[in-house]
Design a protein around this ligand. Structure first.
Ligand SMILES: Cc1cc2nc3c(=O)[nH]c(=O)nc-3n(C[C@H](O)[C@H](O)[C@H](O)COP(=O)(O)OP(=O)(O)OC[C@H]3O[C@@H](n4cnc5c(N)ncnc54)[C@H](O)[C@@H]3O)c2cc1C
Length: 480
């Protein structure tokens, strides 16, 4: 197939001929655009099933989670926790001579090492997979079935879009006049910001805010809404706020009218346009949401539809509006997490290769917020259960009444569970407390099993753990 204008007879024929050869479409069974959390696994699975696959990556292999998301941030959260625990040493009878200081160069080097291993692992896996051609460059659609990358045209009857998302930079007054970090650029610093203003009170802003506070920065979190993590229940939002405030983080809610300016070496963030109140900091992190990488994908050359926020529209099996094209991971707006992106791969692979009908709607919402102690979440919130109007039961237990938390001197937070009064199935749970990100899985798994809560209530859990109190909590359910 020849694409692009021919200029036979032109003096530059040989040059045009070479260009044209380059533009001859290379045919594959499948093309995967992006190497996030679903594309690489899908590419390998397809290639191992005998299909000829092309994978295209324009930046770093492994995408957000590996390079600027989960892995580097959790590596740094671990460094921050080490500093926090060291400072609390005397509470546990451990004396440290001298002050606890954080070496940001070593924090960064450790993070880079962990992230780099993951990145090279993805690249190696793809480049060593037979039947899998790896292209480095920006891919864009030139038609429903043709992709251009570095001047070459690739064509396939199946195309999988795994282009992910990036930090959204909202229209904040004065933002253009000040220097600011996003979740990507703040990971590159190897120094301690003396004072950090964080715009955004959702999980990314909170994780960075607490981490830098523990490294030693003064931290102020500005949140437009009336509470942190506005989609969580109010008791979770206020519990998280307490945890952060207890560590000396300033949390300013209802900062509806933010205006930024420079004042010498500092940044001033006006937070209320009517009373003139403001906060100051040496550095600024904008963590105000994510935006799908679909604007420069050439979708205007296709019949692939996007919604008003730019997410690619997909059905329950992740098919776009063009037959033979799927959108997986954050770019379809149905997840926003590594585990949901990976599950997208599983759904597509099961449907295409295993004749196993799996669907997005089989998935139960689950995630963690990696402040410390973490929040583990599964299923519906209490507010969602109330709105649903069904008859429900609720159980709740404070971390002060969990032996394991007391032994560790980590008694902040609580856990709660919601149960359908008729079916006895668990509707949702939140565990804000030490080990909550892990313990929530015993509830999640019972939800997947669609078993009544009594199965978990009668389970004999290991002592001493946080999980052992989940059956106890289930034995004390009250009407919601
Ligand atoms: C700070 C932060 C912390 C996070 N922490 C967690 C966490 O703890 N747990 C969790 O589950 N999730 C977390 N996430 C979210 C998680 O990182 C993403 O949900 C996950 O990476 C899934 O992304 P993806 O598979 O959709 O694609 P991505 O990982 O975003 O990868 C997309 C890839 O596509 C490439 N690409 C884009 N456009 C093109 C193009 N046109 N041509 C070629 N290549 C292209 C990009 O370069 C990128 O490599 C975090 C995110 C952030 C920002």
């Amino acid at each position: 197939m020849v694409r692009g204008p021919r200029t036979d007879g032109d003096a530059r024929f040989s040059l045009d001929h070479t260009l044209e050869e380059k533009r001859m479409a290379k045919s594959f069974d499948a093309i995967v655009i992006g190497t996030g959390q679903s594309g690489p696994s899908l590419a390998v699975r397809l290639a191992n099933s005998g299909q000829k696959v092309a994978v295209i990556e324009r930046a770093r292999f492994g995408g957000t989670c590996v390079n600027t998301g989960c892995i580097p941030t959790k590596a740094m959260v671990a460094s921050a926790r080490a500093a926090y625990v060291a400072r609390r040493g005397s509470e546990f009878g451990v004396e440290i001579d001298g002050a606890v200081r954080v070496d940001m160069k070593r924090v960064k080097a450790r993070k880079d090492e962990i992230s780099g291993q993951s990145r090279s692992g993805v690249e190696k896996m793809l480049s060593e997979t037979p039947n899998c051609a790896v292209y480095r460059g920006h891919a864009h659609f030139v038609s429903d079935s043709d992709i251009e990358v570095t001047g070459e045209i690739l064509t396939a009857s199946r195309i999988f879009i795994n282009v992910g998302a990036r930090a959204a930079v909202p229209a904040i007054r004065g933002l253009g006049n000040v220097t600011y970090f996003t979740n990507s650029s703040i990971l590159e610093i190897d120094f301690l910001p003396p004072s950090l203003i964080v715009v955004g009170g959702s999980y990314i802003g909170l994780e960075f805010g607490q981490m830098f506070r523990r490294f030693g920065s003064e931290v102020t979190i500005l949140q437009r809404g009336s509470r942190l993590l506005g989609h969580e229940d109010e008791d979770i939002s206020s519990g998280i706020r307490d945890i952060l405030v207890n560590e000396g983080i300033k949390v300013q809610l209802s900062a509806e009218c933010i205006e930024l300016s420079n004042a010498g070496s500092e940044i001033v963030a006006g937070t209320n346009c009517s009373d003139g109140s403001s906060v100051r900091g040496t550095h600024l992190l904008v963590a105000a949401g994510r935006k799908p990488n679909t604007g420069d994908l050439g979708l205007e050359n296709t019949k692939i539809k996007r919604d008003e926020r730019g997410f690619i529209e997909v059905d329950d099996e992740l098919r776009t509006t063009v037959p033979g094209v799927w959108a997986i991971g954050d770019c379809n707006g149905h997840g926003g997490f590594t585990h949901t992106s990976y599950n997208d791969y599983e759904i597509v692979a099961a449907n295409l290769l295993d004749s196993d009908k799996r669907r997005v709607t089989d998935r139960i919402t689950a995630y963690a917020v990696y402040i410390d102690p973490p929040l583990g979440r599964a299923g519906m919130t209490e507010a969602e259960v109330r709105r649903s109007g069904r008859r429900a039961l609720i159980g709740r237990r404070e971390m002060t009444r969990v032996g394991r938390a007391v032994e560790k001197s980590e008694t902040q937070g609580f856990m709660k569970v919601l149960v359908d009064a008729e079916s006895k199935q668990i509707l949702g749970a939140a565990i804000l407390g030490t080990g909550g990100d892990e313990a929530v899985h015993c509830i999640l798994d019972v939800m997947y099993a669609k078993a009544p809560y009594t199965v978990l209530q009668r389970a004999v859990q290991i002592h001493p753990t946080l999980s052992e109190l989940i059956p106890t909590m289930l034995g004390e359910l009250k009407p919601l």
